[in-house]
Structures are given as structure tokens and as C-alpha cells.
Design a protein around this ligand. Structure first.
Ligand SMILES: [Zn+2]
Length: 422
């Protein structure tokens, strides 16, 4: 891989409340990793290629911790129902279509095209229960240059006839799918029980064994909607809370890394389990609003040291843009503050940038920063379409804030692990 530098106005998070700003500087990439930011290009890098983005804002690539690739076909539609009815009425019939590989190819080609142009550089996504379509999606993402996780979904109960597996078939298909994934270099498999209501105790035990044997991460949904939580209580009467429902299978970060999407309604005892392990909350404010699920208390999670990343949750979320997820994280925190919890602080622009980069990036290793040694994921933002006479008075964080609220367009350029994608 060729070494190179980006020249421009460089902004990134150092920690939850601290950003690093470097006007008119150089960001150096060596072997796919950041070598740091310099005001002047050091002599040892003389002669390397410089992409000149002078006047443009350069930030780390954004991390989408939770989305459903197959649901992209109906993004922006069907926001009239709550979670469980929405799944049965719209989502399960749509996902069933991916049994047909030629349908899946057409749908996933559009999805990968749009994701390529977006601000997203890393992700953890759900596919469907179908092996062939899932492998096609993974292959297309790999070819494009993305890095991230894709999960073949497991569901063996409380699912429609046309979108269900027997327990044995679900396990067998998972093992076959994992064998077929071995050749992928950058797109990795993640164990994906859809959520407890659609996965029997026996299936959860088998998936847990596979997860531990093969040291694979796991992703699922947790405490998204109040009817769902009541249902889980009926399905697991001996378990104290929904959190424990996953924890008993080692799926809350006690054995391998874990992502739990939503977590809108924490249980007061269960929340302790979220502080202990290697588990991330994937916060998807648009989806939580669109399906009338609620507003996750992100300010509280941050204060209590729970790991959080941001997510679009297509297609409960109505967009693929992580810029909008950042905006919605901030605005939702303020609405929640007004309505319920005056003691919970707002999510600030600094914190939202952190959550969308380092916060989620940590799940993937050294990702989400421009400090030396981090994987070189960078996006270049174009503010030419949103001019203001105040531009010269703004610092880089203010320019980023303005961009988040004013522009939901795609990126001007994008690099993943040192490879130019856009
Ligand atoms: Zn989801």
C-alpha cells in the first residue's frame, strides 16, 4: 500500500469531552495506519503523494453500530406501527424475499452503492436467515473496501412460516455460513440471534457455544420497546430481567465482544450487567422515534461508564446517514431532558462526535481517531454548498456542528484503512 498524506482542516476526538483541531495541516498514512497530524510535512515523508483538501474539513470515518442491510429496500416507508406489529406486517415479509438470490443481488447492489457514498466507514449489520444472500452481501462489501461485521440472522420461534428455521437447521446453517466466511479478509462474521422472542433457549445455548468456541462477537436487540420487554418476561419467567436473558448465555460482553441495539428501557438491576462486560449499546435515535419505542437515556449511560456507539438502524431508522444520527442523538437527548430527567445532561456536539467515531470504533480495535497507530479511516466534508460569511470566524468543531445540522449529503472523499473508496 502506498503511503500518502491528506492536507486540510483536521478534527478528531481525543476523549468523550475533548477534541483535537488542526487547521491547514497534514494527516499522514503509512501502511493503512495513521502516523499522526503535522503542521508541516516532516522531511522523512518528502515525496509521498499529498491529497490537497485545503479548506475542507477532515474527520475520522463514522461507525454505524447497527443496521439491517435487507431492510434498505423500504427505508423511509412504514412508520405507522410499533415494533412488534411493524416486524410482522412489513419487515418479515420483506426479509423473506432474500431467499431468492437474484432478488437479493439487486437489492444489495443498491445498498452497497449507497453505503459506499455515505459517511460510514465501519459497521456491524444484520443480514437475513439466508446463507447465500448473506455471503453475496459480504462479498460485495469486501470488494468495495469496507471493514466491518455482518451477521446471518437466527430465528427458530415466534416467526412466520416463510421466515423461520428449525433449531437444528439454524445451527447447521450458521456453521456452514461460518465455514464459507473464512476467506473474507475485512468483512467478518458476527453471531446474530435476532432477539430473545424469536430464538428458543436451545438455539441460544447452541449459538453461545459457537460464539465461545470460535471466539466470535455477538449482536442482538435489547429492551427496545415496552411490549417486547413484557413478552420477554412471559417467555423467560425465571429470568430477573431482559439483560440477564442475554447475560446467562455470555452474550453481554462477559465472554466475547457484544453489541446490543436500542436499550431504550434499562432495568434498574439489569443495568449493572451492562457496566461490567465488553458490551456496547448501539444508540439509534431515529428508529426509536419512528417506531414509537422511546428515548434511550444516553446521558445516563455515559455518566455510568456504559460503552455507547451510534447507529442508523435502517430501516426502523429512516436514513443511512450517520450525520443525521449524530444530529438526532443531540436533539433527542434534549427532548428527553425536557420531558423526563432534568438531572441527565444533554449530549453535546463533542460527545456526539466521540460516540460516532471512537465510541463505536473501539469495538473494531484501534479505530475512530487520527492518533498514531489508529487505522486510517477518514472522510472529507464539503462545506462549499452551505456558505456563510462567518466561516473564517468558526473553529473546526463549530464547522462540524454546522455541517451536521445543515448538510446531510454524502462525503467528498473517503478512506478506509488507508484505501481510497470515494
Ligand atoms: Zn435492529
Amino acid at each position: 500500500m502506498k503511503d500518502f498524506a491528506l492536507k486540510g482542516d483536521i478534527l478528531y476526538s481525543k476523549s468523550l469531552n475533548k477534541v483535537s483541531q488542526h487547521e491547514n495541516s497534514y494527516l499522514v498514512c503509512v501502511d493503512g495506519k495513521s502516523e499522526g497530524v503535522y503542521k508541516k510535512l516532516p522531511a522523512k515523508y518528502k515525496g509521498i503523494k499529498v491529497y490537497d483538501y485545503s479548506g475542507y474539513l477532515i474527520i475520522p470515518g463514522l461507525v454505524d453500530m447497527h443496521l439491517h442491510a435487507p431492510q434498505y429496500i423500504f427505508v423511509g416507508l412504514h412508520m405507522d406501527l410499533k415494533l412488534l406489529d411493524w416486524l410482522n406486517t412489513y419487515t418479515f415479509p420483506a426479509e423473506a424475499k432474500y431467499k431468492n438470490l437474484s432478488f437479493a443481488k439487486k437489492a444489495y447492489d443498491i445498498f452497497v452503492h449507497d453505503l459506499t457514498l455515505s459517511s460510514t466507514t465501519r459497521f456491524s449489520m444484520f443480514a437475513t436467515i439466508h446463507n447465500e444472500a448473506t455471503l453475496y452481501l459480504m462479498n460485495e462489501l469486501e470488494k468495495t473496501g469496507f471493514k466491518g461485521y455482518v451477521g446471518k440472522v437466527n430465528m427458530d420461534r415466534n416467526s412466520p412460516k416463510y421466515l423461520i428455521e428449525t433449531t437444528n437447521k439454524s445451527v447447521k446453517n450458521t456453521l456452514e455460513w461460518l465455514d464459507a466466511c473464512e476467506d473474507f479478509k475485512n468483512i467478518k462474521p458476527i453471531i446474530t440471534p435476532r432477539f430473545i422472542p424469536t430464538c428458543s433457549d436451545k438455539l441460544m445455548k447452541e449459538l453461545s457455544k459457537i460464539m465461545i468456541d470460535k471466539n466470535l462477537p455477538v449482536q442482538s436487540h435489547l429492551s427496545e420497546n415496552r411490549s417486547e420487554i413484557e413478552w420477554v418476561k412471559e417467555l423467560m419467567p425465571k429470568v430477573k430481567n431482559y439483560e440477564e436473558g442475554y447475560n446467562k448465555y455470555g452474550m453481554l460482553g462477559t465472554t466475547t465482544k457484544s453489541i446490543m441495539a436500542h436499550y431504550v428501557w434499562p432495568d434498574e438491576k439489569g443495568i449493572e450487567l451492562m457496566k461490567n462486560g465488553n458490551v456496547w449499546v448501539a444508540h439509534s435515535p431515529a428508529s426509536n422515534r419512528n417506531l414509537s419505542s422511546g428515548m434511550a437515556p444516553i446521558g445516563r449511560y455515559l455518566r455510568e461508564g456504559i460503552k455507547v456507539g451510534l447507529a442508523t438502524d435502517v430501516a426502523g431508522g429512516s436514513y443511512l446517514s450517520m450525520f443525521r444520527a449524530i444530529e438526532d442523538t443531540i436533539t433527542t437527548s434534549k427532548v428527553r431532558n425536557c420531558l423526563f430527567d432534568s438531572e441527565y445532561y444533554n449530549v453535546t456536539i463533542e460527545q456526539a462526535l466521540y460516540l460516532a467515531t471512537l465510541g463505536g470504533g473501539e469495538f473494531f480495535g484501534k479505530v475512530g481517531s487520527f492518533d498514531k497507530g489508529y487505522e486510517f479511516d477518514a472522510i472529507v466534508l464539503n462545506e462549499r454548498d452551505i456558505p456563510t460569511v462567518l466561516m473564517s470566524e468558526l473553529n473546526l468543531l463549530e464547522r462540524f456542528e454546522r455541517y451536521i445540522y445543515r448538510s446531510h449529503t454524502n462525503v467528498y472523499a473517503k478512506f478506509i484503512a488507508g484505501k481510497k473508496i470515494v
